[in-house]
Design a protein around this ligand. Structure first.
Ligand SMILES: [Ca+2]
Ligand SMILES: [Ca+2]
Length: 74
C-alpha cells in the first residue's frame, strides 16, 4: 500500500457524504465516532483550516494529501 492509498482511505473515512471535500462538520462527526475527540465546531474549523490551502472552508483530497505528506515527513 502506497502512502497515497493510505491517505485516500483516511480521506474517504472523513468524507462522510463522499462529495470529495471534507467539511468541519464531517471532521467533527468522524472524530467523535472514532472516539478520538469531541471537538467543538470552532476546534474542527481550526484544525481543518490548517489543511485548507485555498481557504474555501473545505479540504479537497489534494489539500489533504499535501498536509498528509508534510505530516509524514517530520
Ligand atoms: Ca464531504
Ligand atoms: Ca480548500
Amino acid at each position: 500500500m502506497t502512502g497515497n492509498d493510505t491517505a485516500r482511505t483516511v480521506f474517504d473515512t472523513f468524507d462522510v457524504n463522499k462529495d470529495g471535500f471534507l467539511t468541519p462538520d464531517e471532521f467533527r462527526q468522524v472524530m467523535s465516532e472514532l472516539g478520538v475527540a469531541d471537538l467543538t465546531a470552532t476546534q474542527a474549523r481550526t484544525l481543518l483550516g490548517r489543511q485548507d490551502a485555498d481557504g474555501d472552508g473545505t479540504v479537497s483530497f489534494e489539500e489533504f494529501l499535501s498536509a498528509y505528506e508534510r505530516a509524514g515527513r517530520s
